[in-house]
Design a protein around this ligand. Structure first.
Ligand SMILES: NC(=O)c1ccc[n+]([C@@H]2O[C@H](COP(=O)([O-])OP(=O)(O)OC[C@H]3O[C@@H](n4cnc5c(N)ncnc54)[C@H](OP(=O)(O)O)[C@@H]3O)[C@@H](O)[C@H]2O)c1
Length: 306
């Protein structure tokens, strides 16, 4: 397939682009910088300089291009979000950015659209001990400061599912980790004993970025239009266990335990690490995409980061 890829230079995009090329797809990669253009060209893509938030500029930059599919992996998270404001630019990319990329899809003649969604769209709360499947409500508003993020996650998915002439697919990725700057930074912090283990801890559902990239290629090729897929590994785990595994993989001493309430000064981080307990099921992605994570748990995956 010929694919327009937004976010080709990001954490997931950098893992995804070589896999798309290896699978025989030809990729037009969007980036806003000359450095990004060089990187994607080195990885085998045709670079197009464009900002997805500038609709006329985007459409002009893609004039003359034809493609079968668009993949939206653009986020604006240069680091793990700690405060709500760190997510606002990403919220805009999930709302306005998706709208612009759907117009671009129409212009290039694409009939498939795969978008990056996020597991916390199920809600930043305690989901109990059962498995959360794609049938559960997504993007439901809670009446608090998380609504702005939930609204944009919902808007992203609703737009791709309802666009005329488009088979829209949403990938609800779990927490990314792997050989990428964010994970390496956390490992550095663990070595300096700056990464706390909150007690009590929430429960999270991680995914190695190489597994997330493999699922994305599978979704492009085999995903059903109008469907969302949870893209996570097989073993949800407590955030305390995750941080402890991160430290062990970094060769760092056991992290310090801190009472969970101490994280309340950073409400977003508190919600992520303490307030949210969520065990995502990947059964649908396995069944329909013919995909399975190479790293079934982050214990194996983090050990491979080194
Ligand atoms: N599910 C998850 O846990 C999750 C999801 C996403 C990110 N993260 C984490 O967040 C950290 C940063 O991730 P990242 O590197 O993917 O994010 P990033 O540094 O924000 O980069 C994201 C990508 O989006 C593109 N982009 C952003 N705004 C754009 C715009 N207006 N127009 C066109 N393209 C735009 C960037 O392209 P150019 O800069 O080349 O233009 C880049 O390719 C990582 O540690 C990652 O693990 C986690």
């Amino acid at each position: 397939m010929k694919v327009v890829l937004a976010g080709a230079t990001g954490t997931l995009g950098s893992a995804l682009l070589p896999r798309l090329v290896e699978a025989g797809h030809s990729v037009v990669a969007l980036t806003r910088s000359a450095g990004g253009a060089r990187r994607v060209a080195d990885a085998g893509a045709e670079a197009v300089l464009a900002d997805v938030l500038d609709e006329p500029g985007l459409l002009t930059a893609l004039r003359g291009h034809r493609a079968d599919a668009v993949i939206h992996q653009a986020t604006a998270l240069t680091r793990t979000p700690v405060a709500h404001r760190h997510l606002h630019a990403t919220d805009e990319l999930r709302d306005t950015g998706t709208a612009h990329l759907l117009r671009a899809a129409e212009q290039v003649g694409a009939t498939r659209f795969v978008t990056q969604s996020f597991f916390l769209g199920y809600g930043y709360r305690d989901h109990g001990d059962g498995w959360v499947t794609e049938d559960q409500p997504f993007g439901e508003l809670a009446g608090d400061e998380f609504d702005v993020h939930l609204r944009s996650m919902r808007s992203n998915e609703d737009q791709v599912f309802s666009a005329d002439g488009i088979e829209g697919i949403a990938l609800r990725y779990g927490l990314f980790y792997g050989p990428e700057p964010g994970t390496r930074k956390l490992m550095d912090q663990a070595r300096k004993r700056m990464l706390p283990v909150p007690r009590p801890s929430g429960v999270t559902s991680p995914v190695h970025i190489e597994d997330a990239a493999a699922a994305t290629v599978a979704a492009l090729e085999r995903g059903r239009g109008g469907q969302a897929y949870n893209v996570v590994d097989d073993h949800p785990l407590g955030f305390d266990e995750y941080v402890t595994a991160l430290a062990a993989a970094a060769g760092a001493p056991a992290p310090r335990r801190v009472p969970a309430w101490l994280l309340r000064t950073t409400p977003y981080l508190h919600a992520l690490m303490v307030g949210t307990r969520i065990r995502l099921s990947n059964a649908k992605a396995k069944r329909e995409l013919g995909w399975a994570p190479r790293f079934p748990s982050c214990h194996e995956g983090l050990a491979a980061v080194g």
